[in-house]
Design a binder for this molecule. Sequence first.
Ligand SMILES: [Zn+2]
Ligand SMILES: [Zn+2]
Length: 447
Amino acid sequence: MNTPLFRADLHIHSRYSRATSTRLTPRNLAAWAAVKGLHVVGTGDITHARWRDSLRETLEWDEASGLYRLRNPRGFLDELPEFAHLERSVPPPLFMLQGEISSIYKRGGKVRRVHNLVYFPTLEAAEAFATRLGGIGNLESDGRPIVGLDSHDLLEMVLETAPGAFVVPAHIWTPWYSLFGSKSGFDSMQECFGDLTHEIFALETGLSSDPDMNRMWSALDAYRLVSNSDAHSGENLGREATLFSGTPSYLGIYNSLKYPETAGEGCSFLGTLEFFPEEGKYHLDGHRACNVVLEPEESRKRGGICPVCGKPLTLGVLYRVQELADRPAPIHQPGNTFASLVPLPELLGEILGVGAKSKKVGALYAKALHKFGSELDILQTIPTSELEKFHPALGESLHRMRSGQVTRKGGYDGEYGVVRVFSPQEQQSIRHGSLFASARPLFPHQE
Ligand SMILES: [Zn+2]
Ligand SMILES: [Zn+2]
C-alpha cells in the first residue's frame, strides 16, 4: 500500500492582518483550504488576541494529531456555496497554530527588517508567548505585529515558551523584509541567529525562488526548504505548499523538518509545490515606477543603479541568490522533490481569454472541481487524458505546466511576473475552436 501524502500551507494571515480579506474567518479558511486540496493549514496571526478568541470558539484540540480541528465540521463548505457540493470529497483541514512577526532592529550598525514564522503546539503556549511579546510591542493593531525585537531574541523567547515551539524564517530572500533580503538582511545564518543558529532547521523560500536556486548555496544544505502561500485571502491559499508523507500531526511535522534522517512520528518531509519563481514579485531587479526591469547580470554591469532615476535598484531574489551561491549547479537533497505550478484560475483564464478573477473562470473552476476534487489534485495528479475529456485545452495546458513548457516574464520590485502556457496565437485559436477542438490528442507528447 502507498504511504498517504499530505499537503500543508503553514504561512497564512487572518482578517486581522493589514491588507487581508475581511472574510477570513476560521471556517472560511477551512473551506478554502479544502477546496484547494490542503490537509493542514496555518492559523496565521496567532499573536492577535481577537483572532485567538475566534480560533478558540471555532476549533478544538485534536488529540490524535496534536493539531486543531473544526469543532463542528458539518456544513463547513457552506461558507463557499459554489463548492458546497464538494463536502463529501474534500475533508476539512487540520490547523497548526502559526504567526508571523516582523522584527525591525539595529544590528552591526545597520537597520534589519526580518519576518519570522512562529509555531506553537497549543493555544495555551501561544497565549503565553503573546503575553510576553505584548510587553515589547503592540500586538493588536496588526495580525503580523511589528516589534523591535532582534531575531535571535525572538527565537529564544519562542524556545522558552514550550517544548516543540519553533521558528522558521519567512520568505528568506524578499528584498525588504527577510533574513537574506538585499535591502536589510544578513549574509549568513550565524550573523542573524548567533549562538542559537542550530535551533533553526527549516527556511521558507518564498514565491520568487525555488529549490533549483536555493540549492546553489551550500550554506543551506543543513535546512529543509519549505514553501507556503503567505495568503491574504482564501483564493490564494495553497499557491505554494509543503509536501509530507504519512499522517499529519504536530510532532510529525516538527520532527520531519528537524530530524529528516529519522522520519519519526510516522511523517516525512518530501518537498514543495512551488510557483515558477519568475512569477513571484521580486524575482528580477528593477524599479516599478521607472518601468525598469533588469536581469542580475545587467544590474551588476550598471553597479546596481537604475538607468532612469539614478537611485539604487530593488535587487531581487535571483540577484541575491547568485551573490551568495557557491555552486555552479544545484545539489538537491536525497528524497526531496518539488513541482512548479500555475494557479488553476490563471490557466482557465488563458483558455477562456479572460481574467483569472472573472465570473467565467469562476464558473469553469467550480465545474472542474465538481468533476475532479480539489485544485491541487487537478494541478498535480489527475491524468491529462482525463482533463482533456473535460476540456481539451485544459489537458494540454496541464501537460505543458507539468513539463515546464511555459513562457516566463520575471516579476520585479513588487510587480508579479507572468507565466503563460499558450502563445497569443494559440489562445486565439482556442477561442475560435480550431485548436484542441477534437478529443483526440493533437500533440504527440500527450501522457
Ligand atoms: Zn512576511
Ligand atoms: Zn528608477
